[in-house]
Design a protein around this ligand. Sequence first.
Ligand SMILES: Cc1ncc(COP(=O)(O)O)c(C=O)c1O
Length: 358
Amino acid sequence: MEFPPFEHLLYYERVHGARLNISFSNIREFRLDGFGRSLPKDLDLNWTFRNGTPELRRLIARRHRASPNRVLVTTGATEGNFLVNASLVHPRDRVLVDIPIYSPLRDVPRGVGAKVVEIPRECKDGWRLDLDRWRKLAGRRACLLVFANLNNPTSTALSRSDLRALADIAEECDGHVLVDETFRELAFENRPPSAAEFGPRMIALSTVTKVCGLGTLRVGWIVGAPDLLERFAGLKDYTTGGGSIVSQTIASWALGRWDFFLRRAKRILDANRKIATDALRDLPALQGDVPVGGSVLFPHSTVHVGKLASRLLKQYGTVIAEGRFFGVPDHFRLGLGGEPRDLRMGLANLRRLLRAVS
Ligand SMILES: Cc1ncc(COP(=O)(O)O)c(C=O)c1O
């Protein structure tokens, strides 16, 4: 196995001390005291369930209209992505990946030796999904088709009919479809259905990281057919075994108050969406609308993105996420889940710099 470096993560490590990061995809951090609860004093810290606690699996299952026996709790969606690929994909297997995309969804299949075929969408077509192209490239032997719904970084959605068509393609090529649904519920009233509703070839991933701002709990999950989950769990026995009971307990509190977290996210995103919309109107060097859902946007820049990002960091201590991390170098990602004051300040810095260079 040879895994490409996770460039985006390494970049964040490097710029960690920067004053302003306006590129994160998560909703602002949530703190322990926000729950107003304490961990049970008699919590057994020695042992927990292999597939996740029954309470947590029940709460997760509800988010996907699935039964709890179709849920495997993982150490973040990150581990979920790894388990799916390492279980289903063999060296030289064909894996089709939607581009742009959060890079681990493209690079973990590469790491396990797959022949990865990138299927780019075009900004000028409104990031339209070309299902005919997917059908043709899947042929009779693609092993895995990979998406994020909502997409990270464009926030575009796969619709119910897209998901149905993808399930049919998977049937034709005798493969599976992996849909990372980390951002799905951030479409709120327009949220697409979970891939888990579309049959045994569909695998959904998600996490408490982004919707709740609870990234360090490291609680994510896979929803899929029970026989697949058994294979993923068999591999998880070697990666984490049972997850942290402390984290799973807190994640259960979060899932038990999911509507609260969605309302919180919507409040933050609505405020920032307005700030970003107003700012983009005033930035002719950037093209692309602020999407109606999701926590990220991905404008095209007429100014070289690498140079823009490095000057923005050097002169203004402000971080954006270069499009090269997602496979489209002339765009960059902005995040809408942080403090409105920070986004306003970061966008003002961006405006100053763009006026100076364009
Ligand atoms: C699409 C997507 N999936 C998964 C993750 C990571 O999830 P977790 O923190 O649960 O590992 C991210 C983080 O940026 C993401 O954007």
